[in-house]
Design a binder for this molecule. Structure first.
Ligand code: UD1
Length: 430
């Protein structure tokens, strides 16, 4: 099994180029089904989740043409099947975007119930509520969500919780429904806005994305487009925290600094220096880190997908910090692994009480999910001695060339897949 072998202790220094946002790419890939014309998508991240989705599209007759590593053209004029199932699709959360896209275009969809990272109960009741409000019959049978409609009609939908996935799914269906839909208490994440911009570039009429009320006037059909995905806010945030955790100096390039404000604010609070330009942010961690309090919230609050990374930094800060997870109830599973590296953290319900220590020490640890896996890699890069991170397939779901980008910043990290290769790494590094 592939693992990362790491020798910690080097401050990470240099520049890193951020790729397209995974969480924007996933709904954009699915929404490409909503027209018979060709859609060209640029700045596509080459990560496992996007590739699983693209492969699943081929299974139902969508033509996928990869122009280069980050550019793909999609033509869905030959779709012959509205059932999306299979081992890999069952493992990813974003499979549910096929329900919205297929239901919108063909008024019929049967899709495997979503998987994804095990970070707590991941309900889909708000998606189902939205589909029903727009006129669909929805049931769950034999592990599939089945949605069918005679007619799709616009509606006024109030979301009981702020949900990225449900907002996006409802937006897709409403884009091709008759009449106007209003989504209240909508999610405001940058990827919600990106999907709205993508659909509008195909001829949809969506207004208000990025606020908590989105108005969608349904159109009869959508046309082809050429569209570039926004930069990945979470990949950028992960490298920004890599600077803080390893006491380094990293410039993240190709970003939208506005999307990073909550992350920048916390880095300043804990004592990092930040320099911003139009499309780059530099983080310098020259002073000892200070403790703080943080609570994850929907955008523009501090993202839950950055919670493990900030905890890894706070565990190295002076004093006691409090981290509250308000989105997913089971997102502290990585803390046990961090404790094995010397961290002093106590979890009580959705709160972690973090007492700063001077330094981590290397250990053999497992990546429990995507973001926590990346955060543990950063901990290992700051640790004294060697670490091995297993289950790195989680990390590969959402970070393109993670270890190669870290190497460019001076990290001693390699992907190995046998104990012989691990020994070779140790001999080489010394
Ligand atoms: C998306 C992101 C994920 C991120 C999360 C929150 C993708 C593929 N994944 O996940 O990386 O951590 O947003 O920013 O984009 N909920 C319900 N009912 C529903 C839907 C959600 O109760 O029908 C609850 C969830 O249990 C959770 C909260 O709402 O507590 C937020 O979930 P949601 O925003 O839907 O997350 P995802 O779209 O699954």
């Amino acid at each position: 099994m592939e693992q990362y072998a790491i020798k910690g202790g080097n401050p990470l220094v240099g520049e890193v180029e951020i790729g397209g946002a995974k969480n924007a790419a996933l709904p954009i890939i699915a929404a490409s089904i909503m027209t018979d014309e060709t859609v060209q998508v640029d700045n596509m991240p080459d990560v496992r989740d996007t590739n699983v989705l693209l492969d699943a599209m081929q299974d139902i007759g969508v033509l996928i043409n990869r122009k280069d590593r980050h550019s793909v053209s999609i033509n869905a004029s030959q779709v012959h099947n509205f059932v999306v199932d299979g081992d890999s699709i069952r493992k990813i959360r974003a499979s549910y975007y096929f329900i919205g896209a297929l239901l919108a275009k063909y008024k019929s969809a049967e899709v495997a119930l979503p998987g994804g990272c095990d970070i707590g109960c991941r309900a889909i009741d708000q998606h189902i509520k939205g589909f029903r409000a727009l006129g669909a019959d929805v049931k769950i049978e034999y592990g599939l969500i089945k949605a069918h409609a005679e007619r799709l009609k616009g509606s006024h939908i109030y979301m009981d919780v702020v949900s990225v996935g449900a907002t996006i799914n409802i937006m897709m269906v409403a884009a091709l429904a008759e009449g106007t839909t209003i989504i209240e208490n909508a999610a405001k994440e940058p990827h919600v806005v990106d999907l709205a911009n993508f659909l509008n570039s195909m001829g949809a009429n969506i207004k208000g994305a990025g606020t908590d009320v989105i108005r969608i006037r349904g159109v009869h059909s959508l046309h082809g487009t050429e569209y570039a995905i926004i930069p990945d806010q979470i990949e950028a945030g992960t490298f920004m925290f890599a600077a803080a955790i390893t006491k380094g100096d990293i410039t993240v390039k190709n970003v939208i600094p506005k999307h990073l404000e909550s992350i920048t604010a916390k880095l300043l609070e804990i004592g990092c220096e930040i320099e911003e330009s139009d499309d780059a942010v530099r983080v310098v961690a020259a002073k000892p880190l200070r403790h703080t309090q943080v609570k994850t919230l929907p955008y523009p609050g501090f993202p839950t997908d950055m919670q493990p990374q900030i905890t890894v930094a706070l565990a190295l800060s002076n004093g006691t910090s409090i981290v509250t997870e308000s989105i997913f109830e089971n997102r502290f599973k990585y803390v046990d692994e961090l404790i094995r590296m010397g961290a002093s953290i106590k979890v009580e319900g959705n709160t972690a009480i973090v007492n700063g220590i001077g330094q981590y020490t290397g250990a053999s640890i497992n990546a429990p999910d995507l973001r926590a896996g990346a955060a543990l890699v950063l901990a290992a890069l700051a640790a004294e001695g060697y670490s091995c991170i297993e289950d790195i397939h989680y990390i590969q779901r959402g970070y393109e060339d993670f270890h190669l980008k870290l190497q460019m910043l001076g990290a001693q990290i390699e992907k190995v897949d046998s104990s012989k290769e691990l020994q070779k790494f140790k001999l080489k590094i010394g």
